[in-house]
Design a protein. Sequence first.
Length: 187
Amino acid sequence: MSDEFYMREALLLARQAQTLGEVPVGALVVQDGIIIGRGFNAPVSRHDPSAHAEMQALRDAAQRLGNYRLPGCTLFVTLEPCLMCAGAIMHARVARVVYGAPDYKTGVCGSVLNIFGEIDSQRFTHHSPLTTHHSPLTTHHSPLTTYPVVRLNHHAEVTGGVLAGECGLLLSHFFAQRRAQQREARE
């Protein structure tokens, strides 16, 4: 099945969040073409700042597999992940992230930061101290060792903009409605 198919499923989950008054974001985890985890935004209703759609979907998938690692899995989410969710995605070793709308305020898959692409082209030079056999307090420096700077230990493949229009429209309508309600409450 296509990325668009799974993103439409994630949009259905986002609409569930919206019915609860939550920011409409939905996510799912797919392994070998099978949806193994589902989640939608629920930090307000659950009184849990970590209850983002991605976190819910990762938890659901991990419970089903009986393992917090999700190698070979793809996470589909209607909004570009934030830093917290990207950290969980890395720890779970998700192979691929597919998101819908970019998030120009907190997105870390390229909009604000590019966490999954954090490989520095600079090189890091390291002097390794070596302890001599004569005295544990005496150290000598080995020759310089140069390494490429790889800032993070897991890099998921990222595909952004899948059904971005639909995903973005759902969010913009939600926030427009919320602003209208706030104006009415002030009047």
